[in-house]
Design a protein around this ligand. Sequence first.
Ligand code: PLP
Ligand code: COI
Length: 353
Amino acid sequence: MDIQIIRAKTLKPKPDQNNLGFGRYFTDHMFLMDYDPENGWHDARIVPYGDLQLSPASAVLHYGAEIFEGMKAYRRPDGQIQLFRPMENFKRLNNSAERITLPEVDPDFVLKALKTLIDLERDWVPSLPGTSLYIRPFLIGTDPFLGLHTLQKALYCVILSPVGSYYKEGLNPVKIMIETEDVRAVRGGTGYAKCGGNYAASNRAGHKAELKGYSQVLWLDGVERKYIEEVGAMNVMFQIGDTIVTPKLTGSVLPGITRKSCVELLQKHGYKVEERLLSVDELKDAMKAGTLKEAWGTGTAAVVSPIGELSYDGEKYTVAGGKIGPLTQWLYDTLTGIQWGKTEDPYGWTEIV
Ligand code: PLP
Ligand code: COI
């Protein structure tokens, strides 16, 4: 399929790289393509960034027919631009599509389309330390029809946003509250898919946590409310004694690409990593006994984010003295060294655009 390119007549001024925040600025163009059963995916196009026109009856607006991805393009020290494990994102997009019964995309084609779009927006990829171009592909059901039915029509779109750090804390530790009332996902539900509905289910607890001064909540499993799952926008890892423990992928946790990369990096460097069920009681005991050495979150937006305080059942526990611990710092440096092209990539994870 060819990609039609319609260029913007005027280009926007670029934002100050020192003050990007997360997801506040968007580049000059976006990628779109449409799906219907007769034509399959068609009309691939890059057009000026702007509002979408949708029927108010569209399935996405009523029944949450939406999935998305989050990835980044990085400016290397030599000025080139690179992606980090992009195929992993497109595979996960298709897993999410299968769960919501939205049409799957051709991973090779959407990667080619993404590279074409980034190539056009080269100047938008920031270069200051800690910055990158966040990539948000999303896929929505557009059938203009209120009956519940198999989804037929869809739109795939990619928008780009130059970003700094996700949390206002930057690389300083974040405070996380363990949520004991609301749940995010259950096995058999959509937890492993990256769909908008999971985030809607998370909003209330996230809001309550913010009001109490916490950045996000740490979810417990939806059945027993006993096992640690993940944080609102990241997977979690704990260094307990000399072992790194991360919740296993039970179906209600998002299989993070940063999580997978961190597990691989830690193992390759000789650390003992356990992907297993971790109960909140075990974590509490480790916090009380002082065997919880470090805790951090992993995610594309959040990168490797130290956790400095955990609250559970009204009690506050300081982790690693409220500072970034040595292992978290090593993991951050090692992962971002590869992502930003500052160190060699021995794993073939990066792809030049
Ligand atoms: N868990 C949730 C709920 C997320 O939204 C994200 C962000 O994408 C992650 C985990 C981390 O996934 P990844 O490392 O693929 O970005
Ligand atoms: C990402 O890390 O890419 C995400 O999708 C998290 C999002 C909630 C900002």
